[in-house]
Design a protein. Structure first.
Length: 224
């Protein structure tokens, strides 16, 4: 017997189906600097020595750390460093924080962790006698900024320390946020709670997508 879809197996008991996105992942970067050749050209155009790249990038890393600490202090949060990322579940921690703070919009949590990343390495080719930036990899400190948006729900911004590398914005109106909204609105009817769960996460029309991107850009500006 082949696999039977849940909707087919229980079609007599199902009144309707709501389809939606489970979550969205929006990524962004600076097109001219997100690859090694582009960074090489950028440094040469500004007469910055290739082997001075670490010195060039250091102020950006420090500014990111200082701004993260400032945001945490302004919101009365303690920025946490996660040492064991493999055994650490971010969603469990966010669930705990949301239960304590409630479902009001704003900055929820900031943490940092050492994670695998793509980076750059200054290099001199002895055969061609050319000096350039080449791709590299390793582990570096990443920052996670969790926000609760009144319209789009739970959003977090993953920021790598390497200049012009890829940023990630996963958008997920999590079950913890939805349950908080149900509790705060005083909704106890089982059918309404079921609809709230079934409605899922963020459902985007074109206009909503544009609004979301605009909102995310404003959050990025706060983190840098």
């Amino acid at each position: 017997m082949g696999l039977v879809l849940f909707t087919e197996g229980h079609k007599e008991e199902i009144a309707g189906v709501i389809s939606c996105y489970d979550r969205m992942l929006i990524q962004g970067t600076l097109p001219g600097l997100c690859y090694a050749q582009g960074m090489t050209s950028y440094l040469y155009a500004r007469q910055i020595r290739i082997f001075d790249y670490p010195r060039f990038a250091q102020p950006w890393r420090e500014a990111l750390r200082e701004n993260a600490e400032r945001l945490a202090a302004e919101q009365g949060l303690e920025m946490e460093f996660i040492r064991r990322t493999k055994s650490f579940r971010k969603e469990d921690k966010v669930h705990q924080v949301l239960k304590q703070r409630g479902g009001h919009p704003g900055l929820v949590w900031i943490f940092s962790a050492m994670e695998a990343c793509s980076s750059y390495q200054p290099w001199h080719d002895k055969q061609t006698h050319k000096t350039f930036i080449r791709p590299d990899s390793g582990k570096c400190l990443h920052y996670y900024f969790y926000f609760l948006d009144a319209k789009f729900g739970l959003i977090y911004l993953r920021v790598p320390p390497c200049v012009a590398r890829q940023l990630g914005w996963p958008v997920s109106d999590s079950k913890d946020v939805r349950s908080l909204r149900v509790e705060e609105d005083g909704v106890t009817d089982a059918a309404r709670q079921g609809l709230c769960r079934a409605a899922g996460h963020v459902v985007c029309s074109v206009a909503t997508s544009c609004t979301l991107v605009s909102r995310l850009l404003s959050l990025v500006a706060r983190c840098f």
